[in-house]
Design a protein around this ligand. Sequence first.
Ligand code: GDP
Length: 460
Amino acid sequence: MTPKDAADTIAAISTPLGEAGIGIVRVSGPEAAGIARSLFRPRRPRPQLLSHHLYLGQIVAPDTQEVIDEVLLTFMQGPRTYTREDVVEIHCHSGWGVLQRLLELTLACGARLARPGEFTLRAFLSGRIDLTQAEAVLEVIKARTDAGVRVAAEHLQGHLGRELKEIRETLLDLLARVEAALDFPEETAEVPATALAADLAPPLEALEALIASYREGRLLKEGLLVVIAGAPNVGKSSLLNRLLAQERAIVTEIPGTTRDLVEEVITLGGVMVRFSDTAGLRPAQDQVEELGIKRTRERLAQADLLLYLVDGSRPLTPEARQDLEDIGERIGLAVINKVDLPQELNISDLQQSTSLPVIKISALTGDGIDDLKARIVDLTLKRGLNTTGKIVTQARHYRHLSRCRDCLHQARNLLTEGEAAWELVALELQEAIRELGEITGQEVGDDVLDRIFGEFCLGK
Ligand code: GDP
C-alpha cells in the first residue's frame, strides 16, 4: 500500500479462475494503453483505440506472434474509470490456461501483479470513492440476501459516507468556535457554552440513529444466530434438516462465524438465519464433553434466539427441567417435537419450568414448521427489518461511531458543567472528528487500509 509503487501499472485476473464463458484480465495505470497496443490485434486495423469502446480482435504474443485467444477489449482513458487511471479490460474465454497466459503477457509487457483490492484502493486513493464506498464494494460482492444487496448498494453510492462527512463538517464548525474561544478569551462571552452544548444535539442525534441501526446491519451481514439445544434424540437434526430442505440458502462462508461448530443457513424474512445445533446443557460427564458443553454455553451466549427442543412422546425429564431453568429469561422458544406420536409430555409441567413461549411441531411430518418460522421472525425482527434508512453494517464503523458519540457526550458535559474547560472541549471534538475521519478515510492510517483492502479478492 506504499505510495512508492502507486505509479506502477497493475494487472490481475478479475473473474473467478475456472471454466466459463468469459474471463476478464484488468490492467490499470499509465502503461495500460501501451500494453493493449502490444498484445491486441483488432479484427479491423485501426490507427488507435478510442476510449470506452469495445473492440473485437485477438491477443497475440508479441515475441512469437502466437494467437492466444479471440477477445473483446476495451480501453478506458482516465479519469473516467474505476481507478481514475487508464484502464484496459480484456474479455477472453475463461479457462485457467488462457487467463494465466494472458496475465503473464501483460506482466511481460511491464505491468506488475496487483495485490488483493489494489484496484479499489486506487479508486479510494485517487478520491473517486471514500472508504465507506470501498468497503461497500466488498459488501456487494459478499451480500447473500436481497436486503443485504440493497443496503450494500446504498453504501456503494456513498449515502453513508456523505452523512458522516456532513456530521464531521458540523463538528469542524463547532471546533472552530471553541478554538476561537480559546484564542480570544476576552471574547469568550460571545461564545456561550450553553449554546455550543445545544448545537451538539443534532450531530449526537444523527450518530445515535446510526449506532442503533447496527443491530439491523449486523443481522444483514452476519445473519441471525439461532441455537437449537436439547437432549440427544429429541429431534434437533431432524428439525434442522427439515428447515434446510425448505429454505436452504446458497452460502459458502459467512464472516464472523466459528468453523468448528456445524452451522447451516437459511433465509427467513429476507435475513440469513444461521442454525447451530448443540447438545444438552447438562453438567459434563467427562473432559471431552466438558469442552463441548463449554462451547455450547459460549454459543448460547452469542445466540440471538434459542430453540429448546423436548420430545413430546416422553414425559419431561429432570435434565430438561434443569436446562430450562438454567436458560431463564432469554429470547427463545420451548419447542415440543414429535407431536405426530402419542403425547406423554404434560404441557403444564413444561410451562411451569419455563417462561419461554411453547410451540408444537413435528420435524417428521412438517407440522407446525411454518408457524415456527413465523415465530422466529417475530421474536427477532419484531418491527421487521428496516432496510430503508442509513444502516451501519461494519463492526469497524460501529466502533468509531460509538467512540465519536462518547467524545461528544464528554464535550457536552464539559460545556454544561459551569466553568467551561475550552481546551478539554476542543480535545474531545478533535477526537470525535478523527473517529469519523477513520470511517470515511479522511483520516486513516496505512495499517487500517492494509487490513481493509487485504480482505479483498485478487483483481478487485
Ligand atoms: P437429535 O439427537 O436431537 O439430533 O435427534 P434426531 O434428529 O437424530 O432424531 C432422533 C430420532 O427421533 C430419529 O429417529 C428421528 O427420526 C426421530 N424424530 C425426530 N423428529 C421426529 C418427529 O417429529 N416425529 C417422530 N415420530 N420422530 C421424530
